[in-house]
Design a protein. Structure first.
Length: 155
């Protein structure tokens, strides 16, 4: 046993050093994702649109009335959808009653009244709708949704 003790210590020390070196080098090989994400966010330049361009690229859906996930609550909402190009706006206008409005109604039907409280709740609804609606568009993208009218009340 005395002859094996130096070998065991040497093997354990070697394993420890290998694990330590692998741990320290892992950051170099994998990169730091947080820095990459923040660099990507900073490199994005927002395109400033004139008022005429905003009006030209915006489509509206008004008077959406539906129950929320809690059946005793009803919501009345108007939406303004800003698209990235004229061709995407034309496509959006063609399908807004048969594709877009049902997406909004289904999303609101799964939404609880407390999820729509405050600006954060409305922003989360807008982000969810952008993701769902962009999947249905074949040309261009929906870039922004504004809630232009919002009434939440009990029945």
């Amino acid at each position: 046993m005395k002859k094996m003790m130096p070998w065991i210590i040497t093997i354990l020390l070697a394993i420890t050093l290998i694990v330590l070196a692998a741990f320290l080098l892992m950051d170099n090989f994998l990169g730091n994702d947080k820095d990459d994400v923040s660099a990507a966010v900073n490199s994005v330049e927002t395109k400033r649109l004139t008022a005429d361009q905003i009006v030209e690229l915006t489509s509206e859906i008004v008077d959406i009335k539906t129950n929320l996930a809690a059946p005793e609550y009803i919501v009345l909402m108007n939406f303004a959808f800003q698209l990235d190009s004229n061709t995407s706006k034309v496509e959006f206008d063609k399908i807004k009653e048969i594709k877009i409005k049902p997406i909004i109604l289904k999303t609101l039907a799964d939404t609880k009244p407390e999820d729509l409280q405050g600006a954060n709740g409305k922003d989360q609804l807008s982000a969810k709708l952008i993701n769902l609606i962009n999947k249905t568009l074949t040309e261009g993208q929906l870039t922004q949704i504004e809630i232009t009218n919002f009434i939440l009340t009990t029945l």
